[in-house]
Write a protein that binds this ligand. Structure first.
Ligand code: FMN
Length: 199
């Protein structure tokens, strides 16, 4: 069975293009993975806490020195890593906020980029341990950013996912949504075309 993990990260539910096109992409994937189990994590509606002293305590302190909150925070992070590592495909709906990813997606990354679970340190530098899966990222943006130095969303996600070994990352961009009707329609048509090409 194929497990597809879907992450929604937009703060809005009504009118969210990253959600809409993520769902379209998931439908497309379902067509080629009839046995797929889809697990949805709505980080926009139910945000994870920021990485704080409690979670760091859960990771860094020896078990006998951890308090209850630190143990609970570490267990929450471990559960998120398990969810990632049991998924064959991950689809991330990524709204662009202020040139980058939403803080809700950053909080998820802060939980799952975990030494000993998704990467390890070696004499030759860090090595990713989560590589055995495919990630699709559906970005939604008011402007157009592909290839622009102002894009701190797609390059950052590539870097962060690459750090844990995930190099198979494919982007679907819903761009130009605040650039007038013509550009918005063009951006949506391009996204539909990209989704249609997903195997
Ligand atoms: C707080 C906020 C910040 C935004 N920052 C940017 C930005 O830096 N660049 C851009 O092109 N669009 C920006 N936008 C527009 C969103 O990227 C666009 O509305 C996109 O469709 C949001 O995804 P969603 O439709 O899934 O909510 C911003 C929107 C919000 C609400």
């Amino acid at each position: 069975m194929t497990q597809i993990l879907v992450l929604h990260t937009s703060a809005r539910r009504d009118g969210s293009l990253s959600r809409e096109y993520t769902e379209r992409l998931v439908e497309r994937l379902r067509a080629s993975h009839a046995d797929a189990k889809v697990v949805v994590r709505d980080l926009g509606a139910e945000p994870l806490p920021h990485l704080d002293e409690t979670l760091l305590g859960g990771w860094m302190k020896p078990a006998e020195q951890q308090n209850e909150a630190e143990r609970a925070a570490a267990a929450r992070a471990a559960g998120l890593v398990d969810e990632l590592l049991t998924s064959d495909i991950v689809v991330i709906g990524s709204a662009m906020y202020n040139f980058g990813i939403t803080s809700t997606l950053k909080a998820w990354l802060d939980h799952v980029l975990q030494a000993g679970r998704t990467f390890k340190y070696t004499e030759n530098g860090p090595v990713g341990l989560a590589g055995d899966r495919k990630v699709y990222v559906v970005t939604a943006r008011g402007g157009r950013y592909q290839g622009s130095p102002l894009d701190h969303q797609a390059p950052y996600l590539k870097t962060a996912l690459g750090f844990i070994g995930i190099d198979d990352v494919e982007f679907v961009h819903v761009e130009g949504q605040a650039m007038g009707e013509g550009e918005a329609a063009k951006g949506r048509a391009e996204a539909e075309e990209s989704i249609a090409q997903v195997a």
